[in-house]
Design a protein around this ligand. Structure first.
Ligand SMILES: *[C@@H]1O[C@H](CO)[C@@H](O)[C@H](O)[C@H]1NC(C)=O
Ligand SMILES: *[C@@H]1O[C@H](CO)[C@@H](O)[C@H](O)[C@H]1NC(C)=O
Length: 235
C-alpha cells in the first residue's frame, strides 16, 4: 500500500483523475420543460439545440434560441403564477450566471413560428453569485441539473418563447453561452406591463464586466456580481 505513495504513482493517479474530470467536463443543454401540466417534463415543446457545445459569439443571431433543429412540434400551456423548471441533459458544470427571459410573440405569429427577433424580450429571473470567498465566486447554479422559477402571476395571457440562458465563465475573456427556447402559451394571465424589452442578441455587450471577469483573479473590491442583461421584471 505504501507503494501507492511513490511520486510516480501519485502522478499517475493525478493524471487519471484529471482525465476523468475531463470526461465529466462535458457541456450541457436545457432540453426538457417541466410545468404543472407536464410534471414529468416534455422535450417536444423545446426547440432542441443541435449540439450541447456552447455558443461563443454573443452577437450571433444564434444567441436568440441557439442553433436548433427546427421549431418544436408542441406548445406548453402554463397558468400565470405557476412554477416551471428547465431540466438539462447534464449538470451545469461550469460556474457562471443564469437567466430566464420571456419573448412576447408578435401579432400574426405563434409560439410555434416566431423566430424571436425584435425588442420583445423581458428578463423574468436571474441567478448570480451565492457566496464570495477570497479565492473564488460560487455561483447559484453550479452543478445543478434543473433550474426552477415561477412565471409571474402578472404576466399577460398570450404566446411567448421562454428562453433559458446559462453563461459558463471558465475561460477568462471567452464566455460560453448555453441557450434553449421553449414554446409556451400563458393562460389566466395578469394585467402586468412587461418591460424593459430588449433584443436578443443585444441584451448585453460582449464587454459586460459580468462576462469578462476572471474567477481566479477576482477582486472583492469590485463589488457584488451583476448578472449580464436587463434587471428582471418585477411584475
Ligand atoms: C449558428 O451556428 C451554426 C453552428 O455552429 C453555424 O454554422 C452558423 O453559421 C451560425 N449562424 C450565425 C448567424 O452565426
Ligand atoms: C430545482 O428543483 C429541483 C427539484 O426540487 C431540485 O432538485 C434542484 O436542486 C432545484 N434547482 C436549484 C438550482 O435550486
Amino acid at each position: 500500500m505504501t507503494k501507492l505513495r511513490t511520486p510516480s504513482l501519485g502522478l499517475a493517479f493525478l493524471v487519471l483523475n484529471l482525465l476523468s474530470i475531463q470526461a465529466v467536463l462535458a457541456h450541457y443543454r436545457f432540453d426538457t420543460l417541466i410545468t404543472p401540466d407536464l410534471p414529468t417534463g416534455s422535450k417536444s415543446v423545446i426547440r432542441q439545440p443541435h449540439s450541447w457545445n456552447p455558443m461563443l459569439d454573443s452577437t450571433s443571431k444564434n444567441m436568440t434560441c441557439n442553433f436548433h433543429s427546427g421549431l418544436a412540434p408542441e406548445i406548453a400551456v402554463i397558468k400565470a403564477g405557476s412554477d416551471i423548471s428547465f431540466k438539462l441533459d447534464n449538470e451545469i458544470f461550469h460556474p457562471g450566471p443564469g437567466a430566464l427571459y420571456l419573448g412576447a410573440v408578435p401579432e400574426g405569429e405563434s409560439a410555434g413560428t416566431w423566430d424571436g427577433s425584435g425588442a420583445r424580450w423581458v428578463k423574468i429571473k436571474d441567478w448570480g453569485v451565492r457566496e464570495y470567498t477570497p479565492t473564488f465566486w460560487y455561483f447559484e447554479l453550479t452543478r445543478t441539473w434543473q433550474v426552477n422559477a415561477t412565471i409571474p402571476a402578472a404576466v399577460p395571457s398570450g404566446e411567448y418563447l421562454l428562453r433559458a440562458e446559462h453563461i459558463g465563465l471558465i475561460d477568462p475573456g471567452k464566455p460560453q453561452f448555453y441557450v434553449s427556447c421553449a414554446q409556451v402559451k400563458i393562460v389566466d394571465g395578469g394585467e402586468g406591463k412587461l418591460g424593459p424589452f430588449v433584443e436578443i442578441p443585444g441584451h448585453f455587450l460582449p464587454t459586460d464586466p459580468g462576462l469578462q471577469l476572471n474567477l481566479l483573479q477576482h477582486d472583492l473590491g469590485m463589488g457584488p456580481y451583476r448578472v449580464p442583461g436587463p434587471d428582471p421584471w418585477e411584475g
